[in-house]
Design a protein around this ligand. Structure first.
Ligand code: OFO
Length: 168
């Protein structure tokens, strides 16, 4: 292939974005694993929420993938770790989901810091979408965690919440 004629990205930002593709697809795996666990537990609404989330994560990964290609940079995909697959309860799964989102928020903020330090303005603009998105991601996981805590051991409340999440 011809060499790119575009303004090159700094190596640090390029490598960190390449790494973030892996984290986003790992997130997709985490949610897909949770979806399987909810399907097995006969909670299709929670499973639907997780499948939807998993698809969103793949879209996040593709945003980084396309951004690197749009900048004329190479993409070297990395191995994705296996996700956890055992959850004690719906609450346990959603608490893990929330913790995972907080970790991703930290990674996005680190990436943004790096783009600022490297004076990569297009990367800053692109990453600002992710900064906003992480607020939404933490909010939607927190909402379910809090409602599961309210439901406690009440299976009727759990099934009502399952029916509600099926409409996501
Ligand atoms: Fe859940 O936002 Fe991407 O990883």
């Amino acid at each position: 292939m011809n060499e790119s004629t575009q303004t090159p990205m700094g190596e640090a930002v390029r490598d960190a974005m390449g790494e973030q593709i892996k984290h986003e697809f790992y997130s997709a795996y985490v949610y897909l694993s949770m979806a399987a666990s909810f399907e097995a537990a006969n909670l299709p609404g929670f499973a639907h929420w997780m499948r939807h989330q998993s698809k969103e994560e793949m879209e996040h990964g593709m945003k980084f993938f396309d951004f690197l290609l749009d900048r004329g940079e190479p993409v070297h995909l990395q191995a994705i770790d296996a996700p956890p697959h055992a959850y004690r309860s719906a609450l346990d799964a959603f608490e893990q989901a929330l913790e995972h989102e907080k970790e991703i928020t930290g990674r996005i903020h680190d990436l943004y810091d790096l783009a600022v330090r490297e004076k990569d303005y297009p990367a800053q603009v692109m990453l600002s979408w992710f900064v906003t998105e992480q607020v939404e991601e933490e909010k939607s996981a927190t909402e379910v965690v809090e409602r599961l805590r309210l439901a406690g051991d009440d299976n009727t409340a759990l099934l009502l919440l399952d029916a509600e999440l099926a409409r996501r």
